[in-house]
Design a protein around this ligand. Structure first.
Ligand code: VGL
Ligand code: ZN
Length: 200
């Protein structure tokens, strides 16, 4: 019975001053650093897009960030350019203790498809490989923290639950983008999926 801590996307672009700043995004850092010792398996994710990624509004003439378009795999929110591979914005927050990471998994690296979840791309079927990693390490429970509650934490939590992991989210160590009620909807979706929500 092994529990993994999965730290989602605590990167400069999702923190104040970043390209897609999540309000209070940097506030999760001390809480996450303090919990690291409690977990045998520690995984960090990084949103990691090539320049010209299809989720960027700048790639779609006449579209602004936060508009929604239809992609072959379903609706896609368009974002400001963010987390470009190798950029300062894609780097982890400088105060995040990343040395204890067993695995750093990058996602969103295919130009034509976004990947919110740590487990699957947004077609909901192309795997990132994280499931296999966790299973081969004997993990049956996952604890999720990080950014943003209503996008990458939500998708990761729901996918983990669908895959049969026992899932909890520590909301005190998460922050949301909250577009048009997306935070409330995310909390509801996670509850429905059987995700345990703590720290609200
Ligand atoms: C995220 C929007 C776009 C996230 C990533 O980490 O929640 N949100 N890319
Ligand atoms: Zn992204």
């Amino acid at each position: 019975m092994t529990e993994a801590l999965i730290v989602i996307d605590v990167q400069n672009d999702f923190c104040p001053g970043g390209a897609l700043a999540v309000p209070g995004g940097d506030e999760v850092v001390p809480a996450i650093n303090a919990m690291m010792d409690k977990y045998e398996v520690r995984v960090f994710t990084q949103d990691w897009h090539p320049a010209g990624h299809a989720s960027f509004a700048s790639e779609h003439a006449g579209k602004d960030p936060f508009e929604v378009i239809d992609m072959p795999y379903g609706p896609q929110v368009l974002w400001p350019d963010h987390c470009i591979q190798g950029s300062e914005g894609a780097a982890f927050h400088p105060d995040l203790a990343t040395d204890p990471a067993d695995l750093i998994i990058r996602k969103g690296f295919r130009r034509q498809i976004d990947s919110y979840s740590a487990f699957f791309e947004n077609d909901r079927e192309t795997p990132t490989g994280l499931e296999g990693y966790l299973r081969t390490r004997g993990v049956d429970r996952v604890r999720l923290v990080g950014l943003a509650t209503d996008f990458c934490v939500l998708y990761s939590a729901v996918d983990a639950a669908k895959l049969g992991f026992s899932v909890s989210v520590d909301l005190a160590a998460c922050r949301a983008i909250d577009l048009d009620g997306s935070l409330a909807a995310a909390l509801e979706s996670m509850r429905e999926a059987g995700v345990k929500l703590d720290g609200a």
